[in-house]
Design a protein around this ligand. Sequence first.
Ligand code: GLY
Length: 366
Amino acid sequence: MKQLTVSIPATEPSGYPIFIANGLLEQIGSDLEQRCPGRKKFIVTDTHLVRAGHLTALTAGRDVSTFIIDPPGEPSKHIGTVVRIVEAMENAFLGRDTVIVALGGGTVGDIAGFAAAIFKRGVKVVQIPTTTVAQADSAVGGKTGVDSSVSKNAFGAFWQPEAVYIDPSTLNTLDDLQYRSGLVESIKHGLILDGGYFEFLERNMESILSRDTRVLETIAFENCRIKASVVQEDPTEKNKRRILNYGHTIGHAVESASQYKLLHGQAVAVGIVAAGLIEQALGLSDAARHKRIVAILEKLGMPLSISSEYSIDQLAAILKRDKKAVGQWPKFVLLEEIGKALCRNGQWAHDVSQTIVEQTLERLYG
Ligand code: GLY
């Protein structure tokens, strides 16, 4: 047997800026011209953003090729939409020097980011998140992808953006439930890494719910700071990045069992309550801590229990198919205290027996 080795030079460390300001949307076009001079831009957005006037604010009269996802949201998050985007880009004679500009919520960012990762083996993408969930979480960190008919994000890639632009005033056009449920990711950030930030959210919930733009700028900054600190340490989720999935394991099962009638943040709220009960069962938490976490989720109007429409067996079956399951049972991110995810033996996700999880689910039926 003959053998040789192909040596690939290690890629240089890279990074990207995150800009946060109210009213930023109208300045992004000229900033992009300076940041990516001479490159063609291709906007991916959806019908909500068009109706809200955000596409017009972004383009400010410039003629930019645009793909509008319709219907917006999860029903379009499949490979067919990506194929249509790629073909639209080919029909517009775009090449590898294109920058895809993703304007929208988590679904737009995921689809556009994935299209950028695969178009002609990869082009640059800029993320402009316009929902609470996307501004807090999905626009930063480079997770992109679309669902298959079997599971979420079955097609996916890590594809870090060139820049992220956050204009908190775009949240003004978001409907109330979407707005509130996206804030669950902010609460998650406080819980896993920053007790001071969790307290800030507790103290300022009224202003946050009334969409006070100054507070929104602060929370956008804090969310990005916390998320960036994790992504920098573990960009491809080998270990520590898993803490960003706090509350998401049971949350995803509940979301999937509801057939996506529950919004992501609503399902994650149930997952956070479940994680808190597991922590109590394992002696890691007490009733007072749990009460504090439940109280802030309650203020957001999030569900705290599981609907009787789906059974424990159904949820357990979904958990067994979790994409991070090992030996057909997932590991769980847990808290040591508010502001500190539990790390044991260098690991950030932990074994919890099926019995404890099922007993916890039992306690969660309303
Ligand atoms: N949304 C979790 C992560 O980006 O890792």
